[in-house]
Design a protein around this ligand. Sequence first.
Ligand code: C2O
Ligand code: CU
Length: 526
Amino acid sequence: MNRKQFLKNSAKGVTLTTLVPSLVFCSTDGQQKTISGNYRVNSDFEPDVDLELTATPSELQFFPGNPTNIYSYQSKLLKGENASHEKLPDSYLGPVVRVRNGQKIRVRFKNQLPHESVVHWHGLHIPPEMDGHPMYAIENGKQYIYEFEVNNRPGTYWFHPHPDKITGPQVYQGLAGMFIVEGVNEDLPSGEYDIPLIIQDRTFDNNNQLVYLQNNRMGQMQGFLGKQIMVNGSPEQIMEVSKATYRFRVLNGSNSRIYKLAWSDGSDVIVIGTDGGLLEKPIKKPYLMLAPGQRAEIWKDFSDAKNTDEIQLESLAFNSGTSMGMGGGMMGGMMQSEDTQNGNAFNVARFKITKNEGEIKTLPASFSPIKKTDAVKAVNSNSPRQFYFYNQRMQWVINSETFGMTEVADWEKVKLGTTEIWEFINGDDGRGMGMMQDMMRMPHPVHLHGLQFQIIDRDVSGMESAVWETIKDGFMDEGWQDTFLLMPGMKVKIVMKFKDFKGIYVYHCHNLEHEDMGMMRNYQVT
Ligand code: C2O
Ligand code: CU
């Protein structure tokens, strides 16, 4: 049964016609639902970039001795400029895809993994059936065709698997890639000075094999935390740079680890962009908090390095506020091995200044203006929807619920074209079992699919000051975001407009183990 669907892109005034075959799906409540996915190439869609992306088991020689078994996204450019696709050297990661606003993209995703999979385009504003909702996961040997027009601001986005309950292990084994929407800005470092920095943590055993959680509920409760930092999919953390100005596109692609990024020479971290692209103007911070899923663009001029030929990007120590209940420290100590805790200090990358010649740029005073979404015009400006992220009887939940494939509660339905304020609270709503559940607390990076939003309030009055004091100068609440860090006791209000597309998107904790445990829900634009 075929169904014609008209996807209207109001911003561009373009109407795309897609033929979407349907498939019958049994949801957890036993009801049959019809899911329309895009399983075939649509001949009416004329892509500017046509890419084949295959997820497959593979191996890579990281260390002397045995090669490491990984999963990888192997890609082939079928149509488009060569620059639209770049492979990172000696890396388990997928390609860096570079596109422009207004371009039409087709990705032919083929699954050769021994499990189901699906690709999520993190941060992109695209129709629900293109977004990589777990309900569109395909089995081994099958393919899914993503066809969409890029209508995001220039910026740094990314893609990764999103199958229900097994996103964590798939990302961990190497499935992730960067998706850059390029802009034209002569004032910014480009070409060899525009560099992705994808930060992840991994643990290897004596045979050079990746170690994930070993079926241990408590480990999953906390999320995977590795012993070794990987940058751009490789343990080699030394990069040779010139005395020049760089634009680093930093992505925290870790499953659970949060970074507190700072330069070893004590210079400020100069942030020029967030999840949704360039800021209005550069912002200087002593350090920057970056939670899983978040991106930040950092400006760095190595020409002012004094008396040194090496500068390091570090993650400083901080207090994550994690407490695993029942006397707090004791159980926390039992489950977190000291050397991997969230909040431990790490060296992230070393930059060796080996060349004297290079392009030096002056930091621009401003970039493109950002229109503030008018929170007063929100339909619920006086009573924001509230989302409590907490632990209920050894289970991470949102408003006491966990993920159901197509389940949408009344409090998760919004109207197309409206602006809303949502408030996220890390802690229980006080209606549950009280004390017990609230004693288990962890940071949750909150991510919404399908749109970019603005942060309008970050209330820390419910936080422990011993935690807040160690992180307070590292939050970037300016600009466009799709992911933000919600620390224990914190409340964050965001404002957003639901535009262009109707349908079901997920929102969830981007601690991938929490997501896999069900700390994820659907919202529906009607
Ligand atoms: Cu980057 Cu739903 O995820
Ligand atoms: Cu979480």
